[in-house]
Write a protein that binds this ligand. Structure first.
Ligand code: T1G
Length: 653
């Protein structure tokens, strides 16, 4: 039974049970309706608690049902009947009340939540808007500005904040059900509050501020349909009668549900949850993660250290001398200072986390480590020296990981005593911010080593994607492929700003040339020089980037790269670069021609999809959707497009 009805004296308890997250499907809708009819008909019942079994309140409509035709009773109708009940309903919330779950709670007369609960309307992240009354009831309960933030941003709010905004009536002290029963008893005999849809909406405090907020939503949306629709439907909810607003909300929701953007975003939702599944690891036990070692306190080492500390994992950072140790500690401290400035941690947590960091120059400090990640200079000899020292000082059960971006980890493993414990953990900079983590499956890695790598990714709340050993794994290999193509398009006739603008219009946060200027051109220049001897002489090679580097144009940090930077960050097209491009084309005997944005994007997508198919053919990636997860979470591919492989028609189960 998806909804069971029990009672405590004259109070009914309607319990929803639909694991794993009590998503609302047909059975839950039907069960809620039956519970409503029964409690209304039973004269002895004076109030009802709506509570959920398992780890969370209702986390929304069942997204898996979206592809099927909606089957009555429809959720909006159930909620309208619920709010018309003659006896009080109290929503007792724990875990996450999201989407349809929060909308059900808004149909109840009261809401009580555990302090750790979160409440939100994340529909916009699925290319939708709330479709069961959320856009109409929410601004009748909280301030219009709060409703706008929740509906267009999709981010849940913590229960204490929800209490401050009026979204909930009380925080549950102790056992949730007991607290809800007490709360309900206190309400008995009071006049039932008007249904929210019968109340007037809270209007924006200030017209100018409201316009600014709306403009900010549209800027952030970068052309997506759902945030714009959310703004329009919210305006209706604030101005039209509730009944009309509810009808328009439903119409808009159904239209968006069949929009390609929502299908793509739902694909990404499930793709991100499938990403960490490696069939060979079924049943494999991960090792402990009680003590992490990090070799290297540079940008990456410090970022990985901070990520571990913020996940309550104690870290020993090894550096070559005490100055380097102090510099590494200072970088970690800066990251925690920034987290505190942003309100992510408070001063006491800052101090507690830093107390979990030990720095040392002697590898003997890693004698008890469970997992060690090396983030030292990208040079094979240096890596070999590190792994040799780790062989000596760590226990054979300690998992060893390299954070290398492109060196051969199989070669590192071959040079150690226990290659089965060697994996790759490729973090993306800044490592404490970027959600993507590539778990590199070396040839000899044991299931335990890989399971431990996955477990670390989960602890760090990363999106961990397994990748086989190859040049660039998944993300950098695809980046190199479309980089080669954009260099070719340059030489054939486009300008850096035309290509970058085409990428921005497609939905990338920035174009590939702006991105190179930000990262610095010297990193890939060094790699091209390293590979020059083994480069395929028949393969087209565009030398424009080399010419820029030879002229000292290394990007923002030198004030010039693909663009000119007078303020250190705004890219200005530079005639000198266009001259270098023209000279390169002339030397290659190319007559340059114009490119339109569609052709540019098509060329870039084709390069990504071709390389992605090669990656699948070589079993470097487990599934096509993993490639989408990598490109969206590590390389700025617009989420609402679904990913390059999704756009090529790949539909995993
Ligand atoms: N529908 C179907 N399956 C869902 C689901 C959902 N809404 N939410 C989670 N799952 C599955 C998920 O695929 C995974 O399955 C398992 O549950 C655990 O999820 C009418 C129309 C609740 C915060 O967008 O944010 O309501 O991989 O790994 O990290 O207006 O799940 O085990 O087979 O994410 O603890 C709005 C989406 C829907 C919430 C839990 N609701 N879910 O996180 O576990 S639209 C959402 C989440 C809507 C109304 C509209 C998270 C979570 P499997 P998990 P978690």
């Amino acid at each position: 039974m998806a909804v069971t009805l029990t009672r405590m004296d004259d109070i009914a308890i309607a319990t929803v049970e639909n694991p794993p997250v009590n998503a609302v499907n047909y059975a839950v809708r039907q069960g809620l309706l039956e519970a409503l009819v029964q409690t209304e008909a039973d004269e002895e019942i004076r109030a009802t608690i709506l509570i959920c079994a398992g780890r969370t309140f209702v986390a929304g409509a069942d997204i898996r049902e979206f592809g099927q035709p909606p089957k009555p009773p429809h959720l909006p109708d159930v909620i309208t009947l619920l709010e018309g009940a003659t006896k009080p309903w109290v929503a007792a919330i724990h875990g996450s009340a999201l989407g349809g779950g929060l909308e059900i709670a808004l149909g109840c007369h009261y809401r009580i939540a555990t302090p750790s609960a979160r409440l939100g309307l994340p529909e916009v992240t699925l290319g939708l808007i709330p479709g069961a009354g959320g856009t109409v009831r929410l601004p009748r309960l909280v301030a219009a500005e709060t409703a706008l933030d929740m509906i267009t941003g999709g981010k849940p709010v913590a229960a204490p904040k929800a209490l401050d905004s009026g979204l909930i009536d009380a925080l549950a002290d102790g056992d949730l059900q007991e607290a809800a029963l007490r709360f309900a008893r206190q309400r008995l005999g009071e006049t039932l509050p008007l249904p929210l849809s019968a109340q007037s909406p809270n209007l924006p405090r200030d017209a100018e501020d409201w316009k600014t907020r709306q403009r900010r939503v549209l800027d952030r949306a970068r052309g997506q349909a759902a945030p714009r629709a959310a703004l329009e439907i919210l305006d209706t909810a604030l101005t039209a009668p509730a009944k009309e607003a509810l009808e328009q909300e439903r119409e808009t929701f159904l239209r968006l549900k069949s929009h390609p953007e929502s299908a793509a975003l739902r694909h990404v939702f499930f793709a991100e949850r499938a990403a960490g599944q490696l069939p060979r690891l079924k049943g494999a036990e991960p090792g402990p993660l009680d003590h992490i070692g990090i070799i290297g306190g540079g940008t990456m080492g410090a970022g990985i250290t901070a990520a571990c500390l913020l996940a309550d994992l104690p870290v020993t950072m090894i550096e070559r001398d005490t100055d380097a140790c102090d510099a590494g500690r200072a970088r970690v401290t800066d990251i925690l200072d920034d987290a505190q400035r942003r309100g992510l941690i408070d001063a006491s947590r800052h101090a507690a986390l830093l107390s979990q960091l030990t720095t040392a120059t002697d590898y003997a400090a890693l004698a008890a480590a469970d997992l060690v990640i090396e983030a030292v200079f990208e040079d094979m000899a240096t890596k070999h020296a590190v792994f040799k020292a780790l062989d000596t000082h760590t226990r054979p059960v300690c998992i060893l990981a390299s954070n290398t971006s492109y060196l051969d980890i199989n070669e590192m493993a071959r040079a150690t005593a226990h290659p089965e414990r060697i994996i790759g953990l490729h973090f993306f900079s800044p490592a404490h911010v970027m959600k993507l983590l590539e778990l590199i499956v070396t040839d000899r890695a044991s299931d335990r080593a890989l399971a431990t790598g996955l477990a670390l990714g989960k602890r760090l709340r990363k999106l961990t994607v397994p990748a086989g050993v190859c040049d660039g794994f998944i993300g950098n290999r695809i980046l190199s492929s479309y980089r080669r193509d954009t260099d070719a398009i340059l030489q054939d006739g486009a300008t850096p700003s035309q290509i970058d603008q085409a990428m921005r219009d497609f939905g990338f946060p920035m174009g590939i040339f702006e991105m190179q200027d930000l990262a610095g051109l010297d990193i890939s220049w060094a790699m091209r020089k390293r590979r020059a001897a083994t480069r395929d002489p028949d393969e087209r090679y565009v030398d424009i980037a080399d010419t820029l580097c030879e002229a000292g144009r290394l990007g923002r940090k030198t004030g010039r790269g693909w663009y000119l930077y007078t303020d250190g960050k705004t890219p200005i097209p530079d005639p000198e670069v266009e001259q270098i491009i023209a000279q390169s084309a002339e030397a290659a005997g190319i007559t340059r021609r114009a490119f339109d944005p569609d052709e540019i994007i098509t060329r870039i997508l084709t390069a990504m999809q071709h390389e992605g198919q090669e990656i699948l053919n070589e079993n470097i990636a487990e599934r096509a959707s993993d490639i989408d997860v990598v490109m969206i979470n590590g390389y700025g591919f617009p989420r609402w497009r679904g990913g390059p492989m999704y756009m090529a028609g790949h539909r995993d189960s």
